[in-house]
Write a protein that binds this ligand. Structure first.
Ligand SMILES: [Ca+2]
Length: 89
C-alpha cells in the first residue's frame, strides 16, 4: 500500500488557501510595481527623485499631493514615499 499522492494533494490545497489569503499582499505589490514604472518614466533625469516639475509632467496625482508626500520638505519625493502614501489612500 502506497499513499504518496495524498500528501501532495494536501500541500496543493494548502498552497491554494495560502494564495487566497495572500491576495491583498499581491494587490499591494502590483501597485508598487505600477508606481515604480510610473516613477521611472516621470523621473526624467534618473536621479531616483521626483521634483514637483517632474511630478507635474509624469505623475499628476503625486504633484497634487506633493507637499503631503514630501513630508520632510526636501523638494523631491522618492518612489518609497509615494508607495507609503499610496498605502494610506
Ligand atoms: Ca528626478
Amino acid at each position: 500500500m502506497r499513499s504518496s499522492p495524498k500528501p501532495i494533494l494536501c500541500a496543493a490545497a494548502l498552497l491554494a488557501v495560502a494564495a487566497t489569503f495572500a491576495q491583498p499582499a499581491w494587490a499591494s505589490s502590483a501597485m508598487d510595481k505600477q508606481i515604480d514604472e510610473k516613477f521611472a518614466a516621470a523621473d526624467v533625469n534618473r536621479d531616483g527623485k521626483l521634483t514637483l516639475e517632474e511630478a507635474k509632467a509624469g505623475m499628476p496625482r503625486v504633484a497634487k499631493n506633493f507637499d503631503k508626500i514630501d513630508a520632510d520638505k526636501k523638494g523631491y519625493v522618492t518612489a518609497d514615499q509615494i508607495k507609503a502614501m499610496a498605502d494610506k489612500m
